[in-house]
Design a protein around this ligand. Structure first.
Ligand SMILES: [Zn+2]
Length: 112
């Protein structure tokens, strides 16, 4: 069993991996591994309970969080509406009443 992709040119299943490329022995087509990886990689952001989060979700903060560069704290139980998922260490962009725009880590929230 292998999970190599079929050849995109002739659909042969006898493809193999050669360094940074896949190679088809039947039609000699070669294509880069990265293209396959990029297509496979769909980023899923999950909350503290492992539930998948999506843009526009409402989440609840499960831990007091200090706001970087200020003395404000986002209290546990704070509801955050209309989140936006982004790439990075803080993978949720949001706006919190009384605090403003900030980034949260998905591991410190749960879906409301
Ligand atoms: Zn082929």
């Amino acid at each position: 069993m292998s999970n190599l992709p079929n050849c995109p040119q002739c659909n042969s299943e006898y493809t193999y991996e050669d360094g940074s490329h896949f190679v088809c022995p039947e039609c000699a087509h070669e294509w880069p591994l990265q293209a396959e990886a990029a297509a496979e990689e769909k980023r899923v952001v999950r909350d503290a309970n492992g539930n998948e989060l999506q843009d526009g979700d409402t989440v609840t903060v499960i831990k007091d969080l200090k706001v970087k560069g200020s003395s404000s704290v986002v209290k546990v139980g704070t509801k955050v509406k209309n989140i936006r998922l982004v790439d990075g260490d803080h993978d949720i962009d949001c706006k919190i009443d009384g605090i403003g725009a900030m980034g949260l880590k998905s591991e410190f929230v749960k879906k409301a």
